[in-house]
Design a protein around this ligand. Structure first.
Ligand code: SF4
Length: 389
């Protein structure tokens, strides 16, 4: 049986493009037809990315203490969320944290700092970190995410070897002022333009679940298409206690898959990354979502804990995916290394920040209600506890 979504995929594969009406129709598909959407969007994914998954690793260089008021953010001005708060990591700690992610299977390190935007001294730090990282790890891809850029800063990052710059538009222009008032949508677009002009690969995405309409989600995706973002992180709101979005639950696993599929139809050849909120919102559909998306973060997020890195890698392998840039043999060996590390943790007490000695990922022991609340990150960058990588 050929579905309307197959016909849409045929049209796109023949050089056509999804319309806004197509995109809204994807979002409004009944859950009973979800697999028709996945099958059709999966054809586009396989056409452009085969069975590869790009694995990225976040290093939060500076956490909390932000003067901006993004309502969704646990690090924002006024947020009471008890997240880790620290100023800039040293170069050595950055190298250590990034190295953990790279040894864990990531090929791209995303260096992020809270704040409105970097000072020129902050750029000095990131330039130094990038040089050290590139020297220590041949072939590593570096993405910087430092906020709004001023003139000349993107050029300095590019000259230092930074490959990409992330600055999310987060939501539709028509919804932007409802979620933040200390900067404008135009400010965000301006920074993406500066990054592009300097030759950095533009990475920009969105957060779903902020009270936006279907049409606004589609508006945001078409804006990202227009901006020609090379990678598009799709976040699902993690409603941290102590933020204005506390207790806001608008998403279901099927809804999240449809949002990712919509992104695939609109931007068929772009990296669609399942970003924050993956475990909490997709739940048992995480692997299904990877049949339309082609990129994830390994391990933890900026201020919250993700599922165990081993669970991420096993999910990829169980579903027939391989890590982009790694052959199957190396991938198998990587999983065995992770299993050995996990076994050693069990033998010595699990080391999970839950402290219950369960040996598993935070959330796997029943000590957290991971699916209902973000689990605040208490390991990796800014702590003395080993990273989840
Ligand atoms: S999203 Fe960035 S700019 Fe906004 S409050 Fe959070 S750290 Fe600050």
């Amino acid at each position: 049986m050929t579905t309307a979504f197959d016909q849409l995929a045929d049209r796109i594969l023949s050089g056509g493009a999804a319309t806004a009406e197509d995109a809204v129709a994807v979002l409004r598909t009944p859950d009973t037809e979800l697999m028709n959407v996945v099958a059709a969007a999966g054809r586009l994914r396989r056409e452009h990315f085969g069975n590869t998954v790009k694995v990225n690793y976040l290093v939060n260089l500076k956490s909390g203490l932000c003067p901006e008021n993004c309502n969704y953010c646990s690090q924002a001005l006024g947020s009471q969320a008890p997240v880790l708060k620290y100023s800039w990591l040293s170069k050595d700690e950055t190298l250590e944290q990034a190295g953990a992610g790279l040894r864990g299977g990531a090929t791209r390190v995303c260096m992020v700092s809270s704040g409105r935007g970097p000072s020129d001294r902050d750029i000095d730090k990131v330039v130094e970190m990038t040089s050290a990282l590139k020297d220590a790890h041949e072939g590593v891809e570096v993405c910087a995410c430092l906020g709004l850029l001023k003139g000349g800063q993107a050029e300095r990052l590019k000259a230092a070897g930074v490959d990409a710059y992330n600055h999310n538009i987060n939501t539709a222009e028509s919804h932007h002022d409802n979620i933040v008032q200390t900067h404008t949508y135009e400010d965000r677009v301006d920074t993406i333009g500066k990054a592009k002009d300097a030759g950095l690969s533009p990475c920009s995405g969105l957060i779903a679940g902020l009270g936006e309409t279907d049409e606004q989600l589609v508006e945001a995706l078409f804006a990202l298409k227009e901006l020609d973002a090379d990678s598009i992180p799709v976040n699902f709101l993690m409603p941290f206690d102590g933020t204005p979005y506390e207790n806001t639950w608008e998403l279901s696993p099927a809804r999240c898959v449809k949002i990712l599929a919509m992104a695939r139809f609109v931007c068929p050849d772009k990296e669609i990354r399942i970003a924050g909120g993956r475990e909490m919102h997709l739940r048992s559909l995480q692997a299904t979502a990877l049949h339309v998306a082609n990129s994830i973060f390994l391990g933890d997020y900026l201020t919250s804990e993700g599922q165990d890195a081993l669970a991420d890698l096993e999910m990829l392998r169980d579903n027939g995916f391989i890590i982009l840039g790694m052959d199957e043999t190396a991938f198998g060996e990587l999983i065995e290394e992770h299993r050995a590390k996990a076994a050693a943790r069990v033998a010595g007490g699990c080391g999970s920040s839950c402290g219950d000695g369960c040996g598993g990922a935070a959330g796997a022991c029943g000590g957290h209600d991971e699916q209902e609340r973000p689990v605040i990150r208490r390991r990796g960058a800014g702590t003395d506890v080993a990273a989840n990588a």
